[in-house]
Design a protein around this ligand. Structure first.
Ligand code: GUN
Length: 253
């Protein structure tokens, strides 16, 4: 039986929403889940103790610590403490390394969701110019590897990239993962390109928007994902997939 433990530390409103959605998805899929909502002042030692307990709990096949954690807790130490066989986020260095060499069990949920969208839309990555805007460990870097494994020609752009527009204009497949609202405008996109928006930004008027300016981008793009309702639900679906995979892996251990 797959079982997912979701840990959230503190009161970050966006994280609360994400964790609620993850719990709801478990219910819908019939996956057993445990939620640990810990107060902001939880110490690193207390969090490490909980992870150790869950690493050794047979009813739990997957462990997810919602990021970001409060500043007094070292994110890297926490990720390193999760049993790699239960690391359904694929953030542990062992799983990151496995993705690099192309021999992996878990794929980080958001890049995996992007790949699934591309596949289900019948888009062949091989030989395509793939441009990723953003170089985070959660999205940009693993996304680059996944596209590369499918023979895309991959460029990673970031805040120090010169002539960004020249790079994005060259993309057949453009993945926006910078975390800046409406950062990618229509005039930065090649006619007919596939545009995938990973951004989830909350504006002052409380509305959600992506990293791509949808109104101008949709006029140019051949295919484009909306925010909300594009990559977000795919991320959750991939978490469910990783949890089932974790149950199979841990059963055979
Ligand atoms: N914070 C933002 N995205 C993610 C994610 O995919 N997993 C976790 N654990 N935290 C996140």
């Amino acid at each position: 039986m797959p079982g997912l433990a979701v840990i959230i530390v503190g009161e970050d409103p966006a994280s609360q929403v994400y964790v609620r959605n993850k719990e709801r998805a478990c219910e819908e899929c019939g996956i057993y889940s445990e939620k640990y909502a810990l107060p902001e002042e939880t110490t690193q030692e207390e969090l490490l103790e909980l992870i150790d307990t869950l690493n050794n709990k047979s009813s739990i096949s997957g462990i997810l610590v919602q990021l970001p954690v409060p500043k007094h807790i070292d994110e890297k130490t926490i990720i390193d403490a999760i049993n790699p066989n239960k690391d359904v986020d694929a953030f542990h260095p062992v799983n990151v390394g496995k993705i690099m060499v192309g021999n992996y069990d878990f794929v980080p949920c958001t890049p995996a969701g992007v790949m699934e969208l591309i596949k289900e839309s019948g888009i062949d990555v091989s030989g395509k110019e793939c441009v990723i805007v953003g170089r985070s460990n959660i999205v940009g870097k693993p996304q680059a590897m996944l596209l590369l494994h499918q023979n895309g020609t991959v460029t990673i752009c970031h805040s120090k990239t010169k002539d960004l527009k020249e790079k994005t204009k060259n993309a057949d497949i453009l993945v926006a993962a910078v975390g800046i609202p409406n950062f990618i405008k229509g005039d930065m996109i090649k006619e007919g390109a596939v545009v995938i928006d990973v951004g989830i930004n909350r504006l002052e008027n409380k509305k959600l928007c992506g990293d791509v300016e949808f109104e101008t981008a949709e006029k140019v793009a051949g295919a484009i994902t909306p925010v909300p309702g594009g990559v977000g639900p795919m991320t959750i679906a991939m978490l469910m997939k990783n949890t089932v995979k974790a149950a199979i892996i841990n059963k055979s251990k």
